[in-house]
Each structure stands twice: as structure tokens, then as C-alpha cells.
Design a protein around this ligand. Structure first.
Ligand code: AMP
Ligand code: FES
Ligand code: ZN
Ligand code: ZN
Length: 312
């Protein structure tokens, strides 16, 4: 297999794009494509301040690396979740994130959930009785809430996450199976700013997971290989496996599934479009973030429940 650009030995073969590249040209191709997506979906400009949510995993570290290489003003945010899982998961992912930032002289904000709210995620989950014994629901809620809060408090224009195509296709698949129209409407490469929340973007949403693994390896980025220990057996992993089976039989199916969805939504072809007006939001009296309940948002309710359970 030969590199399409230089004819040298190809290292990365992407059947879905009918494209093979050598290491050097692959390291050029990924940022070029990212820049194309940033422009196409109008994610941000070089004048804006970007906060990249970095977990210590390959996708978000690669994203930070790419934005830095492209000359964007991008600082990092690491959330300490306090997850051990027998492998020191949070500890190790924080160490790798700090090392990455230090080696490149990049600015990293670290916010620890236990310091902010008195308990790490697994304990908050247990004492607030949410999520059926698994901390993932509380964790997702807390990550969203804290990313939004910190981007707003620190005056960033944009919040960027490392979600890749496999993540997005799995979420889309789940939302389609249940026709969750509100979620379908909000899913996409860009979620515009609203109600004091920064714009949210996913610059890697068109890259296959294996493309990001290849980028991180070729680029020599040290990242945490382990998944979160609580992710095992999750629905999203199951959907990813299903979509991978489909992809093996039909290369490109995953990308087509996601892109056709975005096109249909843009044309206004989705019958769910009218739900947009229905979902009007108020702001949480405690933290100011949007909520549909008219009372405390679900994060503040969770913290309140956890606090009162502890006091009792
Ligand atoms: P996940 O929900 O774990 O699949 O992660 C999706 C994206 O959320 C990652 O690509 C990161 O951008 C961000 N993220 C996940 N965990 C953290 C964390 N502990 N701190 C900061 N950002 C995170
Ligand atoms: Fe949050 Fe696994 S429970 S990352
Ligand atoms: Zn080449
Ligand atoms: Zn709130």
C-alpha cells in the first residue's frame, strides 16, 4: 500500500475514504481536515478563546494538540472526577494531562469535583440515589454542568470536546432508536451559545475513532489506554460494537449515517423540527444554567439531595 501524496510506504489505510497515507502525510492530513470542519460548521475563529475539555484520553489530547498546531488560542480544562476503579483511573488521566500541558507549555485549568462539592463522583452518585448503582449518569450530569460553568466563569467563547465519529454515531443511533426528538435536535458539531452558556463544538466529530488512535500514536501523544472502569457493559459501547459490525460489512456506513442525519436536519427534513420551539428553558435559581423544570436544574437537585442525605 502506497501513500497517495508521496508514493512512499503507507502507514494508515482508510478504507472508508479510499485513502492511504504515510506517517508524515497523515500528520498533515488530520489538522487540514480538522480546519476544514471548523470552517464548514463555523465552529470558531482565531480571535476567539477556546476551552478544550481534556480527559487524558486520546481524542481530547489529540484535539488540543491539533488546535495548538493550527494556531488557535486553546486552553485546557481537566475535571477531577475521583474515579479509581482499581486502576487509579482519575489519578493517571490527570497525570498524563498535566504532563501533556507542561511539555507544550499550555495553560491547563484543573477542577476537582470533591474539592468543589465535598465528595467524588462515585460517592455523590451513591448518596443521591441516581443512576441505578452506576455513577455514569451523575458523572455525565456533573461533567456537562461543570464544563458549562467554568467556560462561562472564565470568559471563554467556546467549549470544545473530543467526541469522535464513533461517539456521535452511537449517540445518534440511540436517539434514533427511541426517536428522542429533543436530543436529536441538539445533536451536531455545534451547539450555539444560549442563556449564558458558551457555544459547544466537536471538531473531531467526523474522524473515526481509529483515525484518532492512529494520530495519537504517530504523533507520540501519551494518553490513558484504559476506558473509565464504569463504562464496561454500557449501552454506548454496545451500540459502538453494532455499528462496527455494520462498518466492517459496509465501509463508510458510520460516516454516511451521521452525515445524512446532519444534512436532513439542515434541510429541515426532520419531522422533529417543530419541537425546537416547544423546548423553552428557564434558568436555575441556584447556578443560573438553563433548565426546563422552572426550579433547580438536575445538577443542583442532585447536589442538594446528596448534601441532605449526608446530613441525615
Ligand atoms: P466521554 O463522555 O468520556 O466519552 O468524553 C467525551 C469528551 O468529554 C472528551 O473527549 C473530553 O473532551 C470530555 N471529557 C471527558 N472526561 C473529562 C474530564 N474528566 N475532564 C475534562 N473533560 C472531559
Ligand atoms: Fe464518568 Fe465513567 S463514570 S467517566
Ligand atoms: Zn506520504
Ligand atoms: Zn443549577
Amino acid at each position: 500500500m502506497k501513500c497517495k501524496k508521496c508514493g512512499g510506504k503507507a502507514s494508515v489505510n482508510m478504507r472508508q475514504h479510499k485513502l492511504a497515507l504515510c506517517k508524515e502525510h497523515y500528520l498533515d492530513w488530520v489538522p487540514e481536515q480538522t480546519e476544514r470542519f471548523i470552517k464548514k460548521y463555523e465552529m470558531f475563529t482565531r480571535d476567539e478563546k477556546i476551552l478544550v475539555a481534556v480527559s487524558g484520553g486520546k481524542d481530547s489530547l489529540a484535539l488540543w494538540d491539533i488546535l495548538h498546531r493550527l494556531g488557535y488560542h486553546a486552553d485546557g480544562l481537566y475535571l477531577g472526577l475521583g474515579i479509581d476503579g482499581g486502576i487509579g483511573y482519575s489519578h493517571e488521566s490527570q497525570r498524563l494531562t498535566e504532563k501533556f500541558a507542561h511539555e507544550r507549555d499550555l495553560k491547563l485549568h484543573i477542577v476537582d469535583i470533591e474539592t468543589e462539592y465535598g465528595q467524588p463522583i462515585p460517592v455523590l452518585s451513591e448518596i443521591s440515589h441516581r443512576g441505578h448503582g452506576k455513577p455514569c449518569a451523575v458523572c455525565g450530569l456533573a461533567k456537562r454542568h461543570e464544563m458549562n460553568r467554568i467556560a462561562r466563569d472564565l470568559g471563554y467563547d467556546v467549549l470544545a470536546t473530543g467526541h469522535n465519529l464513533d461517539d456521535e454515531a452511537a449517540v445518534l443511533f440511540g436517539n434514533t432508536l427511541s426517536w428522542s426528538s429533543e436530543y436529536l435536535l441538539r445533536q451536531g458539531p455545534v451547539l450555539p451559545a444560549s442563556d449564558g452558556l458558551a457555544r459547544k463544538v466537536k471538531p473531531l466529530c467526523r474522524f473515526y475513532e481509529r483515525e484518532m488512535t492512529a494520530y495519537s500514536l504517530v504523533r507520540g501523544i501519551e494518553y490513558i489506554y484504559e476506558e473509565c472502569p464504569f463504562a464496561e457493559g454500557s449501552q454506548s459501547i454496545y451500540y459502538k460494537e453494532l455499528l462496527n459490525q455494520l462498518e466492517t460489512a459496509r465501509p463508510g456506513a458510520k460516516l454516511t449515517f451521521y452525515l445524512r442525519f446532519l444534512e436532513a436536519r439542515k434541510r429541515g427534513d426532520l419531522f422533529i423540527e417543530k419541537d425546537l420551539e416547544r423546548a423553552h428553558l428557564r434558568s436555575c435559581p441556584k447556578c443560573g444554567q438553563p433548565t426546563s423544570t422552572g426550579d433547580l436544574c438536575s445538577f443542583c437537585r442532585m447536589i442538594e439531595k446528596a448534601t441532605s442525605a449526608q446530613a441525615a
